[in-house]
Design a protein around this ligand. Structure first.
Ligand SMILES: [Zn+2]
Length: 251
């Protein structure tokens, strides 16, 4: 009797693990192929490993753009002052999400070893501050023109505390040593360009070679490997399927 019970339990276990394509998810190959049809078994395994690691990093990956706005009372959970660390900041006080700090410092130090200065020009901006900037611009240029220059309050990634503007905040930053270095290496530290060139229809924003968002190291790997290295595609995907992966996630 005991033997049969063990046999039965083993058979059930084999059946479950046989269906699940990855130990960290209650998901079958078919489940994944419904949303990522082009991936084969090995690729699905690798993809889910990356998704699992991205989820463990626990970085805020909420989609924020002109069509997806944050509420006026959204404030990041743990803001710290980048000015207190080994970073080249424009102001003494520049706030950022605490979980990005180690990668931020490491990125800056590694760049420095190659003679590159990572100058941090703008970081966290509250809803109220964004509102103020927008209104100033509106009073000067009118609303239509203002909307092309400054984000509406709630529509800026800067309210997340994970977005950063580097250097001159001008298109010419793309051609500086730092601009070139960041585009090539930022993803290794979890920072990716939010608004690439000629992608305004997708991102809702003009090209901003100075504006990066911290999405975590695995977020950046997934963006690069599966989403054509476009941050917006990854964020749209994640906002659509986050719950689906969370509900089927085994830690
Ligand atoms: Zn920016």
């Amino acid at each position: 009797m005991r033997f049969f019970l063990i046999l039965l339990i083993s058979l059930i276990t084999i059946n479950i693990s046989g269906n699940n394509i990855h130990p960290n998810f209650n998901l079958t190959k078919e489940d994944i192929n419904e949303i990522m049809p082009e991936l084969n078994n090995d690729e699905i395994y690798k993809f889910l490993t990356n998704i699992h690691m991205m989820m463990e990093e626990n970085v805020n990956l909420i989609l924020v753009d002109k069509n997806n706005r944050l509420s006026s009372d959204y404030i990041p959970a743990n803001l710290i002052n980048l000015g207190d660390y080994n970073l080249h900041t424009r102001y003494k006080t520049m706030l950022f999400e605490s979980y990005a700090l180690n990668d931020f410092v490491k990125m800056s130090e590694d760049a420095k070893k190659e003679g590159i200065d990572i100058f941090i020009a703008s970081t966290y901006r509250s809803y109220e501050f964004q509102n103020q900037i927008f209104n100033n611009m509106k009073n000067y240029h009118g609303e239509e023109k203002a909307a092309t220059i400054v984000a509406y309050p709630g529509a800026s990634q800067h309210q997340l505390g994970t977005a950063v503007d580097f250097g001159s905040i001008k298109p010419s930053y793309a051609y500086t040593d730092a601009g070139i270095w960041l585009l090539k290496n930022g993803w290794k530290y979890g920072f990716t360009l939010s608004y690439p060139e000629n992608m305004e229809e997708i991102t809702t924003y003009m090209w901003e070679p100075w504006h990066y968002r911290y999405i975590g190291r695995y977020g950046a790997i997934i963006q690069k490997e599966y989403f054509n290295n476009v941050q917006q595609y990854l964020l749209e995907f994640w906002n659509k399927y986050k719950l689906f992966f969370e509900e089927n996630h085994i830690h």
